[in-house]
Design a protein around this ligand. Structure first.
Ligand SMILES: [Zn+2]
Length: 459
């Protein structure tokens, strides 16, 4: 398996060099286009890529002098997928395992493996929801490593005892300046109390080049000290994070479960609600008014939820998961009824094998509960809009992401099959922990292009 993987990376690297040597024109011929926006395939299209952008989409073959032609044979050309909420650096076991048992070097090395696997699974962009700083992005963007475009949040910010607190029960004074917590010292998680500290933490993240701010404004399931019902941050504290994000031309994404926490976030100017399990008609209305989005980990509704390591290794988390599942029972009904701007979100905390399985199962659950088209929009155009909320902090400002449109980035997948009818062609799997290991690649994804460069072509 290892030798196959390293051969594949050599092929990808040599492809990249070959393409950058000539005019960098690639024509996809005879493809059925899912553009990320419409619930249909546009059949027998020609999509011309020039350098790193989509130049034209037409039903007639355009005239090109040189460049590569990819015969699509009526397969589906779709935008590269976008992870709306992941944690590439949280690749250990449960949350306290990261603080207590792993050096940041181990986590960083493993994050490269998780990034590559996500990329080979069709994710050409990844919004990281906390923990990951900008080093991996620099490494990928320099061409040293295969991986998605990265929109990182840096350290998540939350008060002492919140979902962001990975310290030991006995650790005192773990504030991020001069901290005794490894996760704080290494900019994975900052415990910041009050307006002054929150502003300082947000500024520290932007200083390091991160693209948006992630706050933990309510309790969670996989952490140690917080009931999920906790409204962890006051309106003023959330507002302080929003103020700094807006000062940088960007936005805040906020972990929020309860209705009270969600409404408080929206009122304070938060643009994306993360998880948002108590979503209902009042929230839908306010989200519309504010131009806000919601992204949700659908595994919360999986029958296998309590088998997840980050939850089942911690009795408190296990108990929390049980009560949470009951309280969130109206979520699916409400999302189907109010159709908010919904982004796909896996939220895996774990190693590469665990995260591949979780992503595949999440795609399956989203399709089953919310429909294939809604899921695909969430995986492409909606998450594409979300990452662009980073405004002037956007490291990729040349084009749109998550759509097949003239002028958008040429981040494309050629898929053998129609994902609108069958999500298994992009990896969906009804099984979770019992799923067979599939390696990094998905066989039905024949071509992966990012930024106009072909990284995979098994046609
Ligand atoms: Zn998360």
């Amino acid at each position: 398996m290892n030798s196959v993987r390293s051969k594949l990376s050599i092929v990808a690297v040599s492809c990249a060099f070959a393409l950058s040597a000539n005019a960098n024109t690639v024509l996809f011929k005879n493809v059925n286009v899912f553009n990320g926006l419409d619930n249909k395939l546009y059949e027998n299209q020609y999509v011309l890529v020039e350098n790193n952008l989509i130049k034209t989409i037409s039903s007639e073959q355009p005239d090109i002098k040189d460049g590569e032609v990819i015969e699509g044979n009526n397969m589906t050309l779709m935008p590269g997928m976008i992870e709306g909420h992941g944690h590439l650096l949280l690749n250990g076991g449960n949350l306290s395992d990261h603080e207590n048992n792993r050096t940041v070097e181990e986590l960083a090395a493993r994050s490269t493996v998780n990034a590559r696997a996500a990329f080979r699974s069709g994710f050409t962009t990844w919004r990281d929801a906390g923990g990951l700083n900008t080093g991996l992005r620099k490494t990928i963007d320099s061409g040293m490593l295969e991986g998605p475009r990265l929109y990182t949040s840096g350290a998540f910010i939350g008060p002492t005892g919140s979902h962001a607190d990975f310290s030991n029960l006995t650790t005192a004074n773990q504030h991020f300046f001069g901290s005794s917590s490894s996760m704080a010292r290494n900019s994975v998680s900052f415990n910041a109390d009050g307006i002054t500290e929150i502003k300082a933490a947000a500024r520290q993240n932007f200083k390091q080049g991160n693209t948006q701010i992630k706050i933990m404004s309510s309790g969670g399931v996989a952490s140690s000290f917080d009931p999920w019902q906790l409204n962890a941050m006051s309106s003023e504290e959330i507002g302080a994070a929003v103020e700094i994000a807006e000062a940088y031309g960007s936005y805040v994404m906020s972990h929020a479960y309860s209705k009270k926490a969600i409404l408080r976030n929206l009122d304070a100017g938060v643009k994306t609600i993360e998880h948002g399990f108590m979503f209902d008609g009042d929230i839908a209305k306010k989200m519309k008014e504010k131009g806000a989005y919601i992204t949700t980990n659908m595994t919360a509704f999986s029958p296998y939820l309590t088998e997840i390591e980050a939850i089942n290794s911690n009795p408190a988390s296990k108990r929390k998961a049980e009560t949470a599942t009951k309280a969130f029972s109206k979520y699916i009904e409400n999302v189907n009824k109010y159709q908010p701007k919904w982004g796909f979100h896996t939220d895996c905390v774990g190693n590469v094998v665990a995260c591949i399985k979780q992503t595949d199962h999440t795609i399956y659950l989203a399709g089953k509960e919310l429909g294939n088209f809604f899921t695909l929009k969430g995986l492409t155009s909606v998450n594409g809009e979300i990452v662009k909320l980073s405004g002037v902090m956007d490291p990729y400002p040349e084009g749109k992401l998550g759509v097949i449109e003239e002028g958008a980035y040429a981040d494309l997948l050629l898929v053998d099959g129609n994902p609108l009818e069958d999500l298994t062609v992009i990896g969906a799997n009804e099984k979770w922990f019992d799923a067979e290991e599939r390696g990094h690649d998905i066989e039905t994804i024949k071509v992966i292009m990012k930024d106009g460069v072909v990284y995979k072509n098994t046609l």
